[in-house]
Design a protein. Structure first.
Length: 429
């Protein structure tokens, strides 16, 4: 049975409306008496008025009043005997319903009893079978309104279900917000959350596909060179040392690539958040500077470092010291790689607005012909880039994993500036 939710919602409204209408009828309404009862009351009034008129003619008005006074109180209110003024007509109290007759100079009037009688529990039940006419109009309007409301809710939820079906079939470009129109309710919020989830899944799948493509490409090249070295060794055994050196070098390249991929995968999966410790950011920076000084000296590039005067507590932050060491090292080595002889790389560590701020600036070509945000993605290389394009991607994810941030911008007239931010660890936390 299709549209089950629609029928459940609509039938619930129908049952509730009918029950409410029936309850209202029991409490507030009392239908008029049937036509037979009204006709019987009319004939009874004719008979009573005729008997009173006969008594007035035979015994006089005073005798008739005495007999009426002996009636029950409710019945005495129905008949009145009043002298009729000369020249005036004897009209009933209500021309359409009551009766009146002129007898021996007196005006006799009969008032019909009211059509509504006191409501009892039994009459309240029987009244349900005689609902007022406007109740049918209310029922029709209520059913129409409940049908529109049920259709509105069921249609929106059906769109959500179809969206999940499309997503399960692999159509990751499925979006629901455009189909919601101008809705501003919880279902529209759910559609926006669905679109955000679908966008994230699409980005992850695209990243996975690109990683598989790039990894296969990066691994294929050293494997091809290793195969070539083996073939050359078979043809010319005298080249044994050179061929083994080539095979060893390519093996190291594959080993580094696998290591970087494992690190990236660990950060992408969130495992990097678990290996947290308190470490001295200034001490790690000094270690990185000391290791990079040899490469800088060989390239003829200067490295200047500006650090604050630290107290006994040092420059403490919390995260993975190993990953942060590797992140800073990757960024600094990239700066040295793109620097020319006699250029300078400047490293500044300072405290700013309750956070540790580190900037690394070089005088290289910067990033051109490529959006800056893209260099933080795996296997994206900058200008004249070499390597695998994983260094900045790993650095970005490692710094983010410990609550920090990384921003990149081109300097003027040339060069690149990388700004790192880390939370300050306090012993009071």
């Amino acid at each position: 049975m299709k549209h089950r939710l629609f029928w459940k919602i609509w039938l619930s409204y129908v049952v509730a409306f009918v029950a409410l209408s029936a309850a209202s009828s029991i409490i507030w309404f009392r239908p008029p008496e049937p036509a037979q009862t009204a006709y019987a009351n009319f004939m009874l009034g004719q008979s009573i008025l005729s008997n009173v008129a006969d008594t007035v003619r035979a015994e006089g008005a005073a005798s008739a009043r005495r007999k009426i006074d002996a009636w029950p109180a409710e019945a005495r209110k129905l008949v009145s005997i009043k002298p009729q003024a000369p020249g005036r007509q004897c009209d009933p109290f209500n021309v359409k319903e009551d009766l009146a007759v002129s007898v021996e100079g007196y005006c006799l009037r009969y008032r019909h009893p009211p059509n509504r009688i006191p409501l009892t529990w039994w009459s309240a039940i029987t009244d349900m079978f005689y609902p007022p006419k406007h109740l049918f109009v209310d029922l029709a309007v209520g059913l129409a309104f409940s049908m529109m409301l049920a259709n509105y809710l069921a249609r929106s939820i059906t769109r959500l279900r179809l969206g999940f079906e499309q997503l399960a079939l692999g159509k990751l470009d499925t979006r629901l917000v455009p189909s919601m129109g101008r809705q501003r309710n919880e279902i529209a919020d759910l559609a926006r959350d669905f679109d955000a989830m679908a966008s994230r899944l699409q980005a992850l799948v695209e990243l996975r596909d690109r990683l598989l493509h790039d990894v296969s490409h990066e691994v294929r090249s050293p494997l091809a060179r290793m195969r070539l070295a083996g073939n050359l060794l078979r043809r010319n055994p005298s080249r044994l040392e050179a061929s083994l050196d080539r095979i060893e070098a390519e093996t190291d390249r594959i080993d580094r690539l696998v290591g970087e991929l494992l690190t990236l995968a660990r950060l992408e999966s969130g495992s990097g958040h678990q290996d947290t410790e308190v470490f001295d950011l200034a001490a790690i920076l000094q270690l990185v500077i000391a290791d990079a000084a040899f490469e800088a000296f060989d390239r003829g590039v200067g490295v200047s470092v500006v650090m604050p005067v630290l107290g006994p507590a040092g420059c403490l932050t919390r995260g993975s010291g190993e990953l942060i060491h590797r992140a800073i090292e990757n960024i600094l080595r990239n700066a040295l790689k793109f620097s020319q002889t006699n250029q300078e790389v400047k490293v500044v560590l300072a405290e700013d607005q309750g956070r540790w701020m580190m900037t690394i600036e070089d005088q290289g070509p910067g990033i051109v012909n490529l959006p800056i945000a893209d260099v933080l993605q795996p296997f994206v290389r900058g200008t004249a880039g070499t390597g695998y394009g994983l260094g900045l991607a790993i650095a970005h994810r490692a710094i983010t994993a410990c609550g920090g941030s990384l921003q990149i911008e081109n300097r003027q007239p040339a060069g690149l500036r990388v700004a790192l931010s880390f939370p300050i660890y306090s012993h009071e936390l």
